[in-house]
Design a protein around this ligand. Sequence first.
Ligand SMILES: [Zn+2]
Length: 204
Amino acid sequence: MKIPRSISKLIDSFQGLPGIGPKSAQRLTFHLLRIPQDQIERFANALTGLKQGTIICGVCKNVGEEEICAVCSDNLRDHAKIIVVANPMDAFAIEKTGYNGIYHVLHGLIDPLNGIGPEELFIDDLIQRIGNYLKENDDLLEVILATNTSMEGESTAMYISNLIKKNNFKLTLSRIARGLPVGGDIEYADEVTLSRALEGRVEF
Ligand SMILES: [Zn+2]
């Protein structure tokens, strides 16, 4: 007996996603097979519309709907405070704490075991962005490293910190720490914990 091609193709597609193994890929595929056609079509439309409806902001690299996102173009926000996060979901979580600065989204963490080096991330863009800011502004810039406390999060923070030192940038560099459990995910932290972690940031 052979698995129909349309099924194996979808299983393969699911398996290409992070955190989805062969078993989950099969489970999702067979689940979709059982749900009504109109629901499948909504799902498919959401999927194809994902890239068409979103743009990566030219400044902070967060996902938005304009070339320059709503946060970056908001003059009421503190542009002398840049918080560096791994993923858009982390930025959305921090936004809920009432944070008034701006963001820089790396789109991942340095993870050599999974083939992710610094050049795969928006790290060079961050360094360039800081350099440009310092050239054009006299205000003291604060860069807050808000990557997870996992090994990948720590080594990414360390890598960025070293680059900032190497460039002799005059700024305040801090790292959120207190309140976040070791190995904890920013994305899943509650607002109170995240607010405390932000307030308790330490010089890095
Ligand atoms: Zn932006």
